[in-house]
Design a protein around this ligand. Structure first.
Ligand code: PLP
Length: 388
């Protein structure tokens, strides 16, 4: 009998990858599957970014780099934070990592163990709850309700804090709901957190550049009073259509950066060198491709929201950010999982059941609208055809 570690069986998964695998099998069987399941931009990484990586390889950047990332990259990140979040940060507090997920894994492992509690959004990105369980800490869901436009109520969040709470995870704009937290609610939360100085905060702002209708993204970094316990998660995956490059960054308080860097050295040593040069080029170069992508998402957003609201039994709030629609499907009488399977098997449309994002996702289904308007329209037609 193998002596596996106790918590390894507590790890969950990201169903979007399973759906992707099933969609691929159906495609190989000749089915014309429209993938509205996976959360990645359908755009190519802008050419000037690709060229920088090719140049870096040609210039001989083939070796290890410093574990936190090359200084030029961290300086470019600091300049970007100053430009978009209005705060000056020290590049020495930045850690470049292989994707946004790595920061959440490190932060949850740093603050999670038996006897402690970690609060996380539900429905929310599934890896939060999965890694909290793996760490041994108790997952405490922060409910994100449709009637609140999938934002939270700061008073309710504060009421869930206990002496054992070690970390609160905030994600705005959010996956899977497309909801975002208003300045008013964030300010209320920050004021309340002053009474709980034992609680660290992980702010996942990976969709901060993808918002609509002039929504003002509020970064938790704006609040200096929590700088000594705030971990900021961001990255290139979504903003620059770079999901496959595996590049993200985090900002850590002075007291934690050394632990985070040691985790990096123990885990992956450093990010692929050529990718780091691509990352500099993304931040320093022209931003028009980001604007083009976001306006394409905006057009698709109205097509999908209107289309979903026209389907019997579906009702869909208008998302404020990211590229997901999260309609309520409870009136169809089907569970989220049944609906996911029905849409994939009968309509060849890949989506992800709301329950893949936590138990509070029952009655919902996630559509990623990172696909062409044409495909979205075909998918909506197919869904209308198969539903009674
Ligand atoms: N955070 C959220 C909320 C996400 O939705 C995702 C990816 O879907 C990530 C983090 C992880 O991003 P990455 O692909 O850079 O690891």
């Amino acid at each position: 009998m193998l002596k596996l570690s106790k918590n390894i069986t507590k790890l969950g998964t990201e169903t979007a990858f399973e759906v992707l695998a099933r969609a691929e099998i159906l495609k190989q069987q000749g089915k014309d599957v429209i993938n509205l399941g996976i959360g990645q931009p359908d755009f190519k990484t802008p050419e000037h970014i690709v060229e920088s990586a090719i140049k870096a390889l040609r210039d001989g950047h083939h070796g290890y780099t410093p574990a936190p990332g090359i200084l030029e990259l961290r300086e470019a990140v600091a300049a970007d934070i100053s430009k978009y979040k209005g705060i000056n940060v020290n590049p020495d507090n930045l850690l470049c990592v292989p994707g946004g997920k790595v920061t959440m894994f490190f932060a949850i492992k740093m603050f999670g163990m038996e006897g402690l509690e970690i609060m996380y959004p539900n429905p929310g990105f599934p890896i939060y709850e999965s890694v909290i369980n793996y760490s041994g800490a108790k997952p405490i869901p922060i409910p994100l309700r449709e009637e609140n436009n999938f934002s939270f109520d700061a008073d309710e969040v504060l009421s869930l804090i206990s002496p054992n709470t070690s970390l609160i995870i905030i994600n705005t704009p959010a996956n899977p709901t497309g909801g975002a937290i208003s300045r008013k609610e964030i300010e209320k939360l920050i004021v309340g957190l002053e009474k709980h100085p034992h609680v660290a905060i992980l702010s996942d702002e990976i969709y901060s550049r993808i918002t609509y209708d002039n929504f003002e993204h509020v970064s938790l970094l704006e609040f200096e009073e929590i700088h000594d316990r705030l971990i900021l998660l961001d990255g290139w995956s979504k903003t620059y259509a770079m999901t496959g490059w595996r590049l993200g960054y985090s900002l850590w308080p002075q007291s934690l950066i050394e632990h985070a860097t040691k985790l990096a050295i123990n885990c992956h040593s450093c990010v692929n060198a050529a990718t780091q040069f691509a990352g500099i080029s993304a931040l320093d170069g022209p931003q028009d491709s980001v604007d083009t992508m976001v306006s394409a998402f905006n057009e698709r957003r109205s097509v999908i929201v209107n289309g979903l609201n026209a389907i019997n039994g579906f009702s869909c709030k208008t998302p404020i950010g990211a590229f997901y629609a999260f309609p309520n499907i409870s009136e169809t009488g089907l569970s989220s999982r049944k609906m996911q399977d029905l849409l994939l098997n009968e309509a060849s449309v890949a989506t992800v059941a709301g329950t893949s994002f936590g138990h509070l996702g029952e009655g919902y289904i996630r559509f990623s609208y990172a696909n062409s308007v044409e495909n979205i329209k075909i998918a909506l037609n197919r869904i209308e055809t198969i539903l009674p």
